[in-house]
Design a protein around this ligand. Structure first.
Ligand code: AMP
Length: 221
């Protein structure tokens, strides 16, 4: 069992890279943002709590996300996987270590995708997503603008803006990244799992850096 996790600020392109890795290597995908967005649609108190935390750019409670994540992980049945959005702090990283040890993981890749603050801010504030095919557009980046202001070029359906893609929520999310998530760089570096990826390039160039590392491991395994 091989696993991949990312340490990267919001809108660094983790979702896009996960898709590219999935297509080439067939790894399973677990995204904690998606898990929480789904849980937030339920009709119960937990859902209200999740909605509020996400809208304010706060991290949800560790015990809750660890529990939801562990359930998804157990469905993998030993398949190779990519995790997007977890762990987000050291406590979650310790919990993940214990889970992966129990599952007998063979190799964990930790990709640190470094992207400048202003770049991710523009990506978040202008981000528009097709509700059907999930293509990501950006109203502030010429090369990524849809042809018609809020309609998907491919599906002709309306583009949506995530509730937490606002300037104030972004600042809070970035603050959490700096304070809580970045310490994971040293943590995984000490374990020898860390790979630095230059995230200021386009998605294909970012994928090439990841691909070289994965290919090197898989070919020599
Ligand atoms: P994402 O889609 O990964 O950007 O996550 C969206 C939001 O979900 C975050 O801003 C947090 O509020 C919440 N979230 C996602 N993953 C986690 C996690 N591992 N721990 C706590 N909160 C999380």
């Amino acid at each position: 069992m091989i696993g991949i996790i990312f340490i990267a600020p919001p809108a660094a392109g983790k979702g896009t890279q996960s898709d590219m890795i999935r297509k080439k290597y067939g790894f399973e995908y677990i995204g904690t943002g998606d898990i929480l967005r789904k849980a937030a649609l339920e009709e119960n108190i937990e859902a209200l709590y999740i909605q509020e935390e996400m809208e304010n750019g706060e991290l949800v409670d560790d015990d809750l996300i660890v529990d939801l994540f562990e359930k998804e992980l157990s469905l993998l049945n030993g398949k190779n996987f990519i995790i997007d959005g977890f762990p987000r702090n050291l406590n979650q990283a310790y919990k993940l270590d214990m889970m992966l040890e129990k599952k007998g993981i063979k190799k964990l890749f930790v990709f640190h995708i470094d992207v400048p603050y202003d770049t991710v801010k523009t990506r978040i504030i202008g981000r528009l997503i097709c509700s059907n095919c999930k293509t990501v557009y950006n109203s502030l980046i010429d090369a990524l603008k849809p042809k018609n202001s809020d309609i998907c070029d491919k599906c002709n359906v309306k583009l949506i803006k995530r509730d937490d893609d606002t300037e104030s929520t972004f600042s809070r999310r970035f603050e959490f990244y700096e304070k809580e998530t970045k310490p994971l760089i040293d943590y995984y570096n000490d374990k020898g799992y860390l790979y630095h990826i230059n995230g200021s390039l386009g998605s294909n160039e970012i994928f090439n850096q990841i691909d070289v590392i994965l290919k090197g491991y898989i070919e020599n395994d």
